[in-house]
Design a protein around this ligand. Structure first.
Ligand code: UTP
Length: 283
């Protein structure tokens, strides 16, 4: 299966850091977010990744390419660990690129990948969303194989914050799996059909590529993927899988900080020291 990674957005929530650098290249610990995303795809058996890029996103292509001068330097200084890490990056997967001329919304970004997906189902993985565990895509795939249709990853959010997210409505057909009957973008709290927010990982059937060109610009003048999914609901089933791990929208400064702290606490080198630092800072 192929994966599309939209990474052409402007990242206005993270300005000024994202003025001239892609938000997908922001590091979580010492690795750019988009490398976590590609590694997650590879671990789910994806070997063909299409990154949707745009203006100011060149660093992404350089990151997944060889860096011969750096390799020479690391070789000469016998830094074998780092050399191995750097050499592994371009070998991760076949990474292809398509440019989205203007950031016209997530739906439009996905549509830019249509010629690449060849009429097959495919994953969409948001390039700024970090999912620390690798079982999300396999769970989407398992539900797709059993029930057919498109499958969305969703994450519970606190009721008071539903108006910040795209929310699904529907009913649970087995623990952690929902049949979707409605999709609402940023609903008011008292009108929200659930507290399950769409969260950055999708398995989509090819029908979405036929719908997207007909979707009119919606919120913010952008072509929204959620609007296309709503239309898809009229003709095909959509399911949702509740993720059992926390994912991070690293395009949001607070969530990016949480990702750094959470991943650092899990490492041997930093975990202990960071706990001590946090205790000191909280005094
Ligand atoms: P976001 O909505 O988080 O991206 O899109 P954004 O528009 O850059 O965010 P802010 O609000 O200005 O901070 C989620 C993913 O979809 C990509 C983004 O790069 C991000 O990885 N995207 C978004 C595109 O590729 N093209 C678009 O037109 C919009």
């Amino acid at each position: 299966m192929k994966a599309i990674i939209p990474a052409a957005g402007l990242g206005t929530r993270f300005l000024p850091a994202t003025k001239e650098q892609p938000k997908e290249m922001l590091p979580v610990l010492s690795k750019p977010v988009i490398q976590y995303v590609v590694e997650e795809a590879v671990s789910a058996g994806v070997d063909d990744v299409l990154v949707i890029t745009g203006r100011g996103k060149r660093a992404i292509q350089y990151h997944f390419d060889r860096s011969l001068e750096l390799e020479d330097l690391l070789e000469r200084s016998s830094n074998t660990d780092k050399l191995r890490q750097i050499r592994a990056i371009p070998d991760l997967a076949n990474v292809f690129y398509v440019r989205q001329g203007r950031p016209r919304g997530l739906g439009h970004a996905v549509m830019c990948g249509a010629p690449h997906t060849g009429g097959e189902s495919f994953y969409v993985m948001l390039g700024d969303v970090l999912v620390p565990h690798n079982d999300c895509l396999p769970r989407l795939q398992a539900v797709h194989e059993r029930f057919g249709g498109s499958v969305l990853a969703v994450q519970p959010v606190e009721r008071q914050y539903v108006s910040r997210y795209g929310i699904i409505g529907g009913h649970e057909i087995e623990p952690g799996v929902w049949k979707v009957t409605d999709l609402v973008e940023k609903p008011p709290i008292n009108e929200s059909p659930s507290n399950l927010s769409i969260f950055g990982r999708y398995l989509l059937t090819p029908e979405i590529m036929r719908i997207l060109p007909r979707v009119e610009a919606g919120r913010g003048g952008e072509i929204q993927l959620t609007d296309a999914l709503k239309q898809l609901l009229r003709t095909e089933d959509i399911y949702a899988v509740v993720m059992d791990c926390v994912g991070y929208d690293t395009g949001n400064v607070l969530s990016w900080l949480e990702a750094n702290i959470s991943l650092a606490l899990d490492t041997e080198e930093l975990g202990h020291q960071l706990r001590e630092s946090i205790t000191r800072l909280l005094k």
